[in-house]
Design a protein around this ligand. Structure first.
Ligand code: SF4
Length: 481
């Protein structure tokens, strides 16, 4: 898939004007931030745990080929079947083959960004399969014909009034804004689907190589039903989700649960090691694990960008991101959004197609401060920008907006006289064009930029203020004072 830069910019511009969206995302984000802070406050050594989490990811990624082979053996020993998919189309093909082989008519799905990454729903629907998202947020965005706008809260961009209207229109139920009643409507609809489905498709939060166990975290119980009621369970996961031992799992589970929603552990934790055994009461007759690469091996070979494979998909970096809160998840144009979305979209989409995303960042560093596995997003985003600056094609198209202004600034900044004149002119210009801090008018592409920004008043040049400060400091240091 290629991103249309024009379409993404248009979506971002429209979203940035949407004050309801901004309020909705800010309120929800603040709630997640408070939960996360509460969860980490309970820990004796949160920083030590984050460092351990990072060390676990570093070791497991360094040993990934061996761990994946061990995982395959363990899953196969327990009667499961492992499939290897080098890219999205291979993964879709594998799952569509399974659908035909088992004669599947209806699929229930647990929340999975990985299935969004390979656009699985669309492929299944084109084959005439009935597909139902069973996570409440995913169910809502599916009814709305949208993709998730947040890694752990897919419908975070919608308020209860919007959900009420959607249920009314699509499900023909009486209008209610009561969240509990809306949840009960979804529950009634989905219960029937669980009972009639022949295949459950999920992602997975981790796979533990030493026992070949797939771990799924959730708070609603829908994944448990999707994995145990249908006769076939298919799990699709990225190869970077493999960990070596249960100790590794325990460290990452603590970090992920606390980071995502301040929980000690998820409300429901499903640990699946193969299909139903002969002495077991329930569970699927067949279990398939699809391991997806889709560019991850290449990322692993990049010394700077490989850290993005540490991501646990907790969503914490989105909740603190000022850009995400302003433009929402859909404006990023693909399945991943926020700071980690900039990295993953740029790495996983065809080269160059998501390059403008590298500029959807203020480099404030809030994301790196909250990341449970210490991913340094700003450093990596800066590296993207550096690589872009070296690309002659991109450079050619950015001459007016980026290259020339930066060249001008670099020349001015090393010539004090010209720098002072430029400062004098800027102060004069500000007095005319933004006397109260709000821009009266800006030309062309700057109009959009200035529409929602106040600028602080330019004060006396720093060089003059510095000289005055230094003089007054020296005065206070003289002997006898
Ligand atoms: S990058 Fe870090 S903070 Fe963001 S979703 Fe991944 S693990 Fe969470």
């Amino acid at each position: 898939m290629e991103l249309s830069v024009k379409a993404v910019k248009k979506m971002a511009a429209e979203a940035a004007r949407n004050e309801v969206l901004y309020r909705t995302l800010t309120d929800a984000g603040d709630r997640f931030v408070a939960l996360r802070e509460g969860g980490f406050r309970e820990l004796a050594d949160p920083e030590g745990l984050r460092a351990r989490g990072r060390a676990v990811k570093e070791r497991c990624l360094a040993n990934m080929p061996g761990l994946l082979r061990l995982l395959e053996k363990r899953v196969t020993d327990r009667g499961g079947i492992v499939h290897w998919a080098k890219d999205a189309s291979t993964a879709r093909g594998i799952i569509l083959d399974l659908v035909s082989r088992y004669g599947i008519k209806t699929v229930v799905k647990g929340k999975s960004m990985m299935t969004e990454e390979i656009a699985l729903n669309q492929a299944l629907v084109e084959k005439g399969i009935e597909v139902w998202e069973t996570d409440l947020g995913e169910f809502i965005v599916q009814l709305a014909g949208e993709i998730p706008s947040h890694i752990i809260a897919p419908a975070i961009h919608m308020n209860k009034e919007e959900v009420a209207r959607l249920f009314c229109d699509k499900l023909g139920v009486p209008y209610t804004e009561n969240p509990e009643e809306l949840t009960m409507v979804a529950r009634r609809v989905l219960r029937e689907k669980f009972l009639g489905a022949d295949m459950g498709i999920t992602g997975g939060n981790m796979v533990v190589a030493e026992t070949g166990t797939l771990a799924l975290f959730e708070n609603e119980g829908n994944i448990r039903m999707s994995t145990s009621l249908p006769k076939v369970h298919v799990a699709l996961i990225g190869i970077e989700k493999v960990v070596e031992t249960w100790d590794d799992f325990s460290v990452l589970m603590t970090l992920l649960s606390r980071s995502a929603a301040g929980q000690k552990m998820p409300t429901y934790l499903s640990l699946i090691t193969g299909p139903r055994m002969s002495d077991e009461q329930d569970g699927p007759e067949a279990f398939h694990l699809v391991l997806l690469d889709n560019g991850r091996s290449d990322i692993l070979g990049d010394q700077v960008l490989r850290d993005s494979l540490f991501c646990l998909r907790c969503g914490a970096c989105l909740n603190v991101c000022p850009v995400y809160k302003r433009i929402g998840g859909h404006s990023y144009g693909w399945v991943y959004s926020g700071p980690i979305g900039i990295l993953l979209d740029s790495e996983l989409l065809p080269p160059g197609s998501a390059r403008d995303l590298a500029f959807a960042c203020t480099l404030c560093g809030g994301c790196a401060e909250v990341c449970p596995v210490l991913i340094d997003h700003p450093k990596m985003i800066l590296d993207f920008r550096r690589r872009l600056a070296e690309d002659p094609m991109w450079k050619g198209r950015q001459v007016l907006s980026r290259v020339l202004p930066m060249k001008l600034y670099s020349r001015l900044s090393v010539r004090p006289v010209f720098f002072r004149i430029a400062g004098f002119l800027a102060r004069g210009l500000q007095a005319i064009m933004a006397p109260s801090g709000e821009w009266r008018w800006l030309p062309g592409p700057f109009a959009e930029w200035g529409a929602r920004r106040k600028i602080p008043r330019f004060k006396r040049p720093f060089s003059r203020r510095w000289t005055a400060l230094k003089a007054s400091f020296e005065k206070t240091q003289r002997p006898g004072r």
